[in-house]
Write a new protein. Structure first.
Ligand code: ATP
Ligand code: MG
Lengths: 271, 455
């Protein structure tokens, strides 16, 4: 049975500042959703909250994965339960090699009950798989021995996120501006990869983006529009299209209250 | 500051005379001991350099609790991780007495001397006389160097004749097996012109409970165009005291790579001095320390450039947790005529708990005008974003922490043994790895163990 992710009335703050003010969102495995909204509206905050970033405090609401309380889980358990966040700004970890990091990640995600120190997946099996995925993703094998994101270009970091997605095969993936920082060819290539991975693995994908290419390859069945920490509109693929051409002016007009909150948020952030 | 009128009785005149009486060694050695003992006595009236000892709490050292041992303890079986690697020779000392001394016949035939100091002083005194505590560690430096010079209890000697290149690593172990042991092992490495060698040295305690005192000295003397890679991994238990004067002298176009590891010890203070004596001399100094519980580790490092076109590059990486304290005081000195010196020093501290403390004080004293010298010291906590990134991929927090701490040391590992192969990842190949890979393995095992203990 396909899994279901249900977010209800989610309130999230950073420090003392409320960012998300009641977000509702429902996704089934296999569906593609788009999440759009102006800078600072709270898209990344939602993604972080789902993944369990400790800086983002959940003040209210719920996130359920097939009825299980995600908010009760540690970030590691969320990953093991099949949630994956492709970071808008992937983190550099000096001294930690890509292959070593991924071998641990895979071992835990495939064997969710694994405790630290217990056996990792066999090197032979892992090596073959990583090499295959790297070649599919057109990533040079040398990257396996490099330190995670250390000295990677902006585009290379994003490609590395997709490689991890391909290895971890989650039930739900949240792609936070994975298309930014990529050149035109890379955007096309990554968009196609996401399409293939999501259909092959029946992933649910939430695409956060300010561009249209990724959505042309991965046509969303539902588009959510965020403003001032709320999802103010929901529509189909055509809504995403409209926003790409017309911007958020009309959205602000239609939702004056959220627009005020958005403006305040922008002021705080100095956008 | 700590000033005493006389040496502690446990190491006073009576003990010294009785000790010297027992030794069988050339007259010049005994004479040097006598002179050193006089310095030792005098230096107790002299204040220790406050720059160096300000943050070292010597009050917890009680010399009367320690004594020289007349022989090596029975329980002298040591099997360290490092020993599992292949070496061309071994020298081991337990409680200040040599228990093992081996060198491959091939190297012996080339004139390489590798063995224990006591024996080699008797058999090759003429070779050692010009070098032993004359140019490297000088007995009169302070009360610890004098203490060592009066009482040294054997140690490891490596002598490589002109032009002889030793590719395989040699191994030296300094161990304690008896509660209350005082050992004064000396390490002397002499490379003649164009010679090359790799020496890996480690210290170890037979168990976690015995308290030991090590007052050591290391001298690395590199003639022109020679190359030495030397590691000393201090891996005592947490009841032991470690004091060491260590000196590297690097002549024209010679290259020294020197790595110190600080894992064990209740209180350790190392005075590490590298001197670039000849034009084109080059020294790379690496330090890796991991202190937990109430360990106190202190390093006083000096890079002194006496000649033009010399380079020194020091990198210390420290990890601390619990109530541990690590002090690093570093200095680059450049003489007036040492133009075009490249001098670098950096010390990074990674602090894993609120009560741990790292003090890093870099310094420069530059008298030449055409030099490039930089220094830096950083201290910080593990980045929460790094932990989150790892856990968001399914790693547990402990696994994440372990990877990040190991990764933190990698910058040093990569300098000492840039591993080209990854076990199991690369297709097996016959070429043996770098001999220093065993140092990485040993350190990485220590990291695992240290992260496991305590809260
Ligand atoms: N860790 C943080 N510390 C302080 N403020 C934060 C933090 N994270 C988010 N915020 C604030 O919360 C608001 C929403 O940020 P968020 O990153 O979720 O926006 P976004 O919709 O992803 O924007 P963008 O399109 O620019 O990526 C912003 O005003 C931002 O400054
Ligand atoms: Mg964002």
């Amino acid at each position: 049975m396909p899994s279901k992710l249900t977010i209800k009335d989610l309130h999230v703050s950073v420090g003392e500042t409320p960012i998300l003010r009641g977000v509702d969102l429902e996704m089934n495995q296999g569906e593609v959703h788009a999440l759009m909204g102006p800078n600072g509206s709270g898209k990344s905050t939602l993604a972080y909250a789902i993944a369990g970033h400790p800086k983002y405090t959940v003040d209210g609401g719920s996130i359920l994965l097939d009825g299980e309380d995600v908010l009760e889980m540690e970030p590691s358990d969320r990953a093991r339960a099949g949630l994956f966040l492709a970071f808008q700004y992937p983190v550099t970890i000096p001294g930690v090699k890509v292959h070593d990091f991924l071998r641990h990640a895979i071992s835990n995600v495939r064997n969710p009950d694994r405790k630290e120190g217990e056996e990792l997946i066999s090197m032979r099996e892992f090596r073959k798989e990583l090499r295959d995925r790297m070649s599919e993703q057109r990533i040079e094998p040398e990257f396996a021995r490099r330190y995670l994101n250390d000295g990677f270009s902006g585009g290379e970091k994003k490609r590395m996120e997709i490689l991890q997605l391909a290895m971890l095969k989650p039930k739900f993936a949240f792609l936070d501006e994975t298309d930014s920082g990529l050149d035109t060819d890379a955007v096309n290539f990554v968009s196609e990869s996401v399409r293939r991975l999501s259909t092959e693995n029946e992933m649910g994908v939430l695409i956060i983006t300010h561009h249209d290419r990724l959505l042309q390859y991965n046509v969303p069945s539902i588009t959510h529009v965020m403003l001032g920490g709320r999802i103010v509109e929901t529509g189909g693929a055509e809504l995403a299209q409209e926003l790409h051409t017309a911007g958020y002016e009309k959205i602000r007009e239609r939702h004056p209250e959220a627009a005020v909150e958005q403006a305040e948020q922008e002021q705080v952030a100095g956008v | 500051m700590t000033t005493l009128a006389a040496p502690p009785t446990a190491f006073g005149r009576e003990t010294f005379d009785a000790y010297v009486e027992r030794l069988v060694e050339p007259a010049w050695v005994t004479e040097r001991r006598q002179a050193a003992f006089d310095s030792y006595t005098e230096l107790h009236g002299v204040e220790l350099d406050p720059e160096e000892f300000k943050r070292v709490d010597l009050r917890i050292l009680r010399p009367e609790k320690f004594a020289l041992q007349t022989d090596a303890s029975e329980s002298a079986g040591f099997e360290t991780r490092m020993q599992q690697a292949r070496f061309a020779g071994h020298v081991a000392h337990v409680d200040g007495h040599c228990v093992r001394s081996e060198l491959s016949e091939e190297l012996a035939a080339k004139g390489v001397l590798f063995g224990d100091l006591a024996t080699l002083l008797r058999e090759h005194g003429d070779v050692l006389e010009p070098h032993l505590m004359t140019r490297g560690v000088r007995p009169e430096t302070d009360r610890f160097s004098a203490w060592h010079a009066a009482y040294f209890t054997g140690g490891t000697v490596l002598y490589v004749p002109r032009g002889v290149v030793v590719k395989e690593a040699l191994h030296s172990l300094i161990a304690h097996a008896t509660d209350g042991v005082a050992d004064f092992c000396h390490t002397l490495v002499v490379l003649e012109q164009g010679a090359e060698a790799v020496l890996l040295e480690e210290t170890a305690s037979a168990n976690d409970d015995l308290a030991g005192l090590h007052v050591g000295a290391v001298e690395l003397l590199l003639a022109p165009e020679s190359r030495l890679r030397y590691v000393q991994l201090q891996n005592w238990n947490e009841k032991s005291f470690h004091f060491a004067h260590q000196s590297g002298r690097v002549e024209k176009d010679a290259r020294l790579q020197w790595t110190v590891g600080g894992i064990g010890g209740k209180l350790a203070h190392v005075h590490q001095n590298v001197e670039l004596d000849g034009r084109g001399a080059d020294a790379e100094v690496n330090g890796v320390t991991f202190a937990i519980d109430k360990q106190k580790l202190s390093y006083f490092t000096q890079q002194t450039h006496h000649s033009p076109d010399t380079r020194s590059d020091l990198l210390y990486k420290e990890v601390l947790r619990d109530k541990a304290r690590v002090v690093w005081r570093g200095m680059i000195k450049v003489d007036a005529d040492a133009q075009r010196t490249d001098g670098f020093q950096r010390c990074d501290g990674l602090i894993l708990s609120d009560d741990a403390r790292a003090d890093s004080v870099p310094g420069l004293e530059i008298e030449a005008d055409d030099v490039r010298c930089t220094h830096a010291a950083t201290a910080g906590r593990v980045d929460e974003e790094e932990i989150f990134y790892c856990t968001s991929r399914g790693l547990s927090e402990y696994e994440a922490m372990h990877m990040i701490v190991e990764g933190y040391f990698h910058e040093v590992y990569d300098r000492i043994a840039p591993s080209k192969r990854i076990a199991g990842w690369d297709d097996e190949c016959d070429t043996p790895g770098d001999p220093l890979e065993v140092v990485r393995d040993t350190l990485s095992a220590a990291v695992l163990e240290k992260l496991d203990l305590g809260d």
